[in-house]
Structures are given as structure tokens and as C-alpha cells.
Write a protein that binds this ligand. Sequence first.
Ligand code: SF4
Length: 120
Amino acid sequence: MAGKKGFILCVCQGTCPSFKNMDTMEVLNALRREKVVDFVALHPQLCADDGDRYLKILLDNKDIDKLYIAACDPLMQQKMFRDAFEAVGFGKAKHVPLDIRNKTTAEAIAAIKKTISENP
Ligand code: SF4
């Protein structure tokens, strides 16, 4: 049976100006409505210690084949989340990072859907 595809939105605690033009709940709702992935989630600060713990708990169930993370710079994401992925044996190729800073709601939704369709 194929594993699950999940999506996490991370927006620097909701205070970063880079995300001020985006309605985070509407981004998540658009993905839910269209069933683009199996689950969606919002985390305030994935790169903090509790973000690490969150990723380990989430990915330890071994049933997730792909995790799309819409947040900041993709290279930074790969570095920041590497330890959590390695701790639970989550292959880095299963992480699809996406930069959604400085986008409107519509732009963010379009970019996320495009990335997911290009990385099934
Ligand atoms: S992972 Fe990126 S978007 Fe999320 S809180 Fe850290 S710096 Fe901000």
C-alpha cells in the first residue's frame, strides 16, 4: 500500500513580514478542499527544538512517503531538518521543500500545487 503524502506550512510564528500577505488558513483549506495531499498541518516554528520533536513524532510512524514543507529557503530547510529526519530514518528525498515567502494567498496556493504535482 502506498504511503501517505503530507503537507506542513511553517510561517515564522506568524510574525514575519515575509508571510504578511498570505492567509495561512486559506492556504491549508484550499489544499484540503482539493484533497491534494492526505493531511495538512501548520507549525509556528519548525526550526525550533519543539519543531524537531514534532517532525520526529510525525515521521516515526513510517507511513509517510512524501512530506512537502512550505516555509523558507529550501536549502536552509534541508539543513535545519536533517537531524530530525536522520533520527527516525526518514530519507531526505522524501522531503520536498518549498519557499513561499513574500507570496499572496493565491500565489502560495498555486506554487504549492505546482510543486506537489511536479513531485508526486
Ligand atoms: S523553518 Fe523557516 S519558515 Fe519556519 S520558523 Fe524556521 S525560519 Fe521560519
